[in-house]
Design a protein around this ligand. Structure first.
Ligand code: MG
Ligand code: MG
Length: 618
């Protein structure tokens, strides 16, 4: 299959789009009619531009409201089609996509539609053109691919074929096994789009929420399996209507578009003519090896004090750089204030923040290979350029994701750091999850990266009511929840999430959650250390008493320690937050007893209390 993309999928002028699409690696393109109509410049130059950039115009689309029309609309439609054939001739494409009729004038009847398509097929054939008929999910009479196939089958014309579009199929919940009855050479075009599962009308859902494969929740893998089984070998084209993609950087999104097809098709595509090599299944990273903070001098002092209160110890110092390792249990926190480093550049752009995560990987080489095949750029991949020699991929927040070799001995900590004797009873065991805030479209980029490179799975996105707006939250995790990232975003400017984005000038961390086995002892310790804990309202505890069968004592104990509580089918969960450090991030301490979630039920109280800390509420 040839990789292609509809121009509607990204932002900019038609020229901008063509350039970005070619730069991303595509060889095929679909011109969306509106883009052409508003194009300034001749068709000849446009065609030349595509040729010069190595792009084949696979399809011109869409041709609307054609089949089943009464006169005089019917005759007018045939005239209109001839004009489009003229245009296509000039542009150098032979395929016109026709989507099913939504006009109130349209008459039903599969036979009538088939006759119309047959006649148009005759006209197309005279011009060496072909037409590909698509069932729109909201078509007036034809809205199911099984009907559009029946129409194409009855039209029985070599120049008339079918378009299959994953969105229209899945948005109506249509089964996909009937696809297997369609001969591959009768399908002229396959359009793929992913989407979050939403309960809304298909038209609005389609116009605003489609996304690239790997970013949503549709079962595209099964669709691809069926489409291969038909023997189809035409364009595999992205047709993505998405508000964010149409309002932000077209080069960036075109690259994501291309890698989403590699992820979708390359995963199983074996033949030599495939545009990409198959991606190998590889072992996932297993845990968070370290979290690195970029700080300046003053922040270093304050952050050291904050870490000390939380029971961390300055365990080692870098042999050559102004980099410290703070440790507790299996948690490694790195504080970096080395001049001229990546960390300091990151600090320059974002201020005090997490600039890197280390992920423990059983096979980092395989991960580097996978990330590279997907077109992600590696940083530090060459050991000669950096003493630690650990490859990293740039994460969605701009922070680096280091791929730390689980089998590296001696470890980079031993090789590069001078260790100080520490005498420590660790109260914290491991990093449980990291909650980040990011712009809306960055969440889609992040989802694709975490899924395609690390093969993480995602929870469905949930909506949380921040006191000043709606926040969307989604969890990405590896198997066994060894690594979990929650991605929060919002369009509401007053929310804690939006304030965080302002402060960080982009994406950043809201909290780092760490697991303890005795949260009450930890809370007492934190109080003695003078750590500032996030306030919780008395009403929260009244509500807990109403929701769960907890003793008054248990509730009082939680209340006195500022501890939050939740239960799911698997067990119980305690949470405790510090106040925000420099108004930016905090620590969350969690204790799990079988519980599998991340305390989403308590996100609202956290966001409200954090909004108070940030003085956002009057
Ligand atoms: Mg379509
Ligand atoms: Mg959390």
């Amino acid at each position: 299959m040839r990789y292609s993309i509809a121009t509607v999928s990204i932002s900019g002028t038609l020229s901008n789009k063509i350039e970005a699409i070619a730069a991303a690696g595509f060889t095929g393109i679909e011109i969306f009619e509106n883009d052409l109509i508003s194009h300034v410049g001749s068709l000849k130059d446009l065609r030349q531009k595509m040729t010069d950039l190595g792009l084949t115009l696979e399809v011109y689309q869409p041709f609307r409201d054609f089949e089943g029309m009464p006169e005089p609309f019917r005759s007018r439609n045939f005239d209109r089609a001839e004009r489009k054939f003229d245009l296509m001739e000039e542009l150098g494409t032979d395929l016109l996509m026709i989507c099913s009729n939504v006009s109130p004038h349209a008459l039903g009847g599969i036979g009538r539609a088939a006759d119309d398509l047959h006649e148009l097929g005759d006209r197309a054939a005279k011009r060496n053109m072909r037409i590909a008929f698509e069932a729109l999910g909201w078509g007036r009479h034809v809205n199911d691919y099984r009907d559009s196939w029946e129409i194409v089958r009855r039209a029985n014309h070599p120049s008339v074929g079918l378009t299959l579009d994953t969105f229209h199929i899945y948005s109506r919940g249509t089964e996909i096994d009937s696809m297997l009855n369609i001969p591959g050479d009768r399908i002229f075009l396959v359009q793929v789009a992913d989407a979050p599962k939403l309960s809304m009308d298909p038209l609005s859902w389609s116009r605003h929420h489609r996304c690239f494969p790997g970013q949503g929740e549709l079962d595209l893998a099964s669709f691809m399996e069926n489409i291969r089984a038909t023997g189809y070998d035409g364009p595999l084209s992205l047709e993505i209507f998405n508000d964010q993609f149409r309002s932000s950087d077209h080069f960036r999104h075109a690259r994501d578009a291309y890698r989403s097809l590699i992820y979708l098709a390359g995963e199983t595509e074996e033949n030599e003519s495939a545009p990409s090599q198959p991606l190998k299944d590889i072992p996932q990273p297993t845990e968070v090896e370290f979290i690195e903070f970029a700080v300046d001098g003053d922040e270093h002092t304050a952050l050291s004090a904050f870490l000390t209160q939380a029971g961390f110890t300055h365990a080692a110092t870098h042999k050559k750089k102004q980099v410290e390792l703070w440790r507790q249990g299996a948690i490694n926190l790195v504080i970096n204030r080395e001049p001229e480093s990546f960390a300091q550049r990151y600090h320059g752009d974002h201020g005090l923040s997490v600039c890197a995560y280390g992920l423990t990987c059983p096979d980092p080489k395989a991960l580097v290979e996978r990330a590279t095949s997907l077109g992600y750029e590696m940083v530090h991949a060459n050991p000669e350029h950096d003493t630690h020699g650990i490859a990293a991929v740039t994460g969605p927040t701009g922070a680096l994701l280091y791929l730390v070799d689980a089998n590296d001995t001696p470890s980079h900590w031993e090789r590069e750091f001078i260790h100080h004797p520490i005498n420590q009873d660790a109260m914290l065991k491991r990093v449980d999850h990291v909650a980040t805030t990011m712009p809306f479209d960055a969440v889609l980029e992040a989802t694709l990266l975490y899924r395609s490179v690390f093969q993480m799975t995602s929870s469905p996105s949930v909506t949380i009511a921040d006191p000043l707006g709606i926040v969307k939250s989604q969890v990405m995790e590896v198997a066994d929840r060894g690594i979990a990232m929650t991605l929060n975003s919002t369009l509401a400017g007053g929310t804690v999430v939006a304030q965080s984005q302002n402060r960080y000038q982009g994406s950043g961390v809201n909290h780092i959650a760490m697991e303890t086995s005795d949260i009450f002892a930890l809370a007492e310790h934190l109080k003695i250390q003078g750590a500032e804990l996030m306030d919780v309202t008395p009403h929260y505890y009244d509500d807990l008493a109403a929701r769960f069968s907890l003793s008054e004592d248990a509730i009082d104990r939680m209340k006195s320690c500022h501890i939050l509580y939740d239960e799911d089918d698997d067990g119980i969960f305690y949470q405790l937050y510090t106040k925000l450090f420099n108004g930016r991030f905090c620590f969350e301490f969690v204790q799990r007893q079988g519980y599998r979630g991340y305390g989403m039920a308590n996100a609202q109280i956290r966001l409200t209390m954090q909004a108070r800390e940030l003085d956002l509420l009057r």
